[in-house]
Design a protein around this ligand. Sequence first.
Ligand code: PGA
Length: 246
Amino acid sequence: MKHLIAANWKMHGNLSWREKPGQLRDILGDTPNIEILICPPLHLIMPMRGVCEGIDIMLGAQNCHYECAGAYTGEVSAQMVKDCGADYVILGHSERREMFGESDELVAKKAEAAQKTGLIPIICVGESKDERDKGQAEEIVGKQISASLKGVDGAGLVIAYEPVWAIGTGLVPSLIDIATMHDHIRGCLRRIYGDEISQGIKILYGGSVKPDNAKEILELLDVNGALIGGAGLEMQSLAAIAKAAP
Ligand code: PGA
């Protein structure tokens, strides 16, 4: 399985940022061993589409609504995201869960809608610091996985394990803790989807991935890529992370 290197630009970027994928490709050259995905704010997907198609960089959104259309002021449907030119959509990021009150059930509905339009959902899960300190990390993540995947097809699905306390903090779990959690997630997926399908689901690690820790994280068993926030805004550092993929 190829590693997926995914940048989550969050609410950063203006029109001039459409140059960034080209800069990234120039630094990297060809990368047949990995897949590269950029998830910019929605308004940049369409202007970045043409250039990205030509240089084998995929695009994703950071959210979508579960209905196709309707009176939902300020929302964008999965089909609209797809129409912009996205192939992926990040769903249930901890910032959306925390700041916008998104539940596992809502994430599952969004993921189902995304898959119906042909988008690949990247479903984010992860425990808080308090939950990890109490030894509940695996239980919490297991619950998030089963509830966020209700009605979701195992084909065309990516999971991102992002411990909430590691996002944007510079803190990273130990390599053993990352490997243990990814193994646990793989086990949860196996119980839901069976051996064959679960083996095909990429499990990304996210939370303070940087050029200097990317290699050791990306080499872990069952880590099939990274979801990168801060370090994905700079093409030099994103390229350094991408180069660290095995
Ligand atoms: P970070 O963010 O790399 O800045 O920690 C990761 C994320 O929120 O996906």
